[in-house]
Design a protein around this ligand. Structure first.
Ligand SMILES: NC(=O)c1ccc[n+]([C@@H]2O[C@H](COP(=O)([O-])OP(=O)(O)OC[C@H]3O[C@@H](n4cnc5c(N)ncnc54)[C@H](OP(=O)(O)O)[C@@H]3O)[C@@H](O)[C@H]2O)c1
Length: 252
């Protein structure tokens, strides 16, 4: 019984940002639970490796280009059939400037990739989920969408991630009658390409350790349980939520 709740038994799942970091771990986990997975990002070679390992399909797209973002779901339908699971994990920071100096181009790029593209993918998936009579969308945001992070300036990034939680609540309410659930997982700090420089600096790594109550460094494997729970039947009465997975960072 308990293992069936986490079985994704042939459901088609789309995972963006699945060429590195958290997205790869999520793709591997959903595939091992039985999903047929389409992995989406820019680096075609990395995607091809992941797709081969999990017997999925690679869809190389630059999601900063919103026309390319719009083309993802039709490509998934052609390759695997209609998606019932969408995980929006692609995201990036485009500036390390303090808020007063963030270039407008970086603000627009951040909102485009981290907020508008996930919205467009959700819109693309919507009619297929309606037809299937069920669907689960999980957005990957960040604790910086919930709390300020001293010492690591990220105003537009924080705004984009907070925006995902607002979008999540609204889509959850609008689409609940179709049994489409929409949730967000907000990671704290995890070692990946985006955070590599932080972990590689002893001073910054000590700051992360000092502020994380649980006595371990977050790894991609620590986020996948929450995503698997929300993606499938184990989470079938959970919608509109932002689930924080941060080793206790935001509870201090
Ligand atoms: N690691 C953390 O501590 C942490 C904390 C909070 C939130 N997050 C969030 O978790 C998600 C995954 O991040 P990560 O830590 O796994 O970082 P990562 O290793 O840098 O992964 C980012 C992923 O997004 C893809 N991506 C970036 N720009 C893209 C674009 N224009 N079009 C399509 N795909 C694009 C990248 O692939 P390509 O380069 O191949 O395009 C890559 O697959 C992000 O949304 C991030 O904001 C991470």
């Amino acid at each position: 019984m308990s293992s069936d709740m986490f079985d994704l038994d042939g459901r088609v799942a789309v995972i963006t940002g699945a060429s590195s970091g958290l997205g790869v771990a999520i793709a591997e986990t959903l595939a091992s639970a039985g999903a047929r997975v389409a992995v989406v990002a820019r680096r075609a070679d990395r995607l091809a490796d992941v797709a081969q390992r999990i017997d999925g399909v690679a869809i190389a797209r630059d999601l900063s280009d919103l026309e390319q973002a719009d083309s993802v779901i039709p490509a998934v339908v052609d390759a695997l059939g209609p998606p019932e699971i969408l995980i929006n994990a692609a995201g990036s920071m485009f500036t390390e400037e303090k808020a007063e100096a963030e270039p407008r181009s970086a603000i627009e790029q951040t909102l485009g990739l981290n907020l508008i593209a996930p919205f467009l993918l959700a819109q693309g998936a919507f009619p297929h989920m309606v037809a299937a009579g069920r669907g689960s969308i999980v957005n990957i945001s960040s604790i910086s969408g919930r709390v300020g992070i001293p010492g690591i300036p990220q105003a537009s990034y924080a705004a984009s991630k907070a925006g995902l939680s607002g979008l999540t609540a609204e889509l959850a309410v609008q689409w609940a009658r179709h049994s489409i659930r929409v949730n967000t997982v907000a990671p704290g700090f995890f070692r990946s390409e985006i955070t590599g420089p932080l972990y590689d600096s002893e001073r910054a790594a000590a700051y992360l350790r000092r502020n994380t109550p649980l006595p371990k460094e977050g790894s991609a494997q620590d986020i996948v349980g929450a995503v698997l729970w929300l993606a499938g039947d184990a989470g079938n009465y959970v919608t509109g939520q932002t689930i924080v997975v941060d080793g206790g960072w935001t509870t201090r």
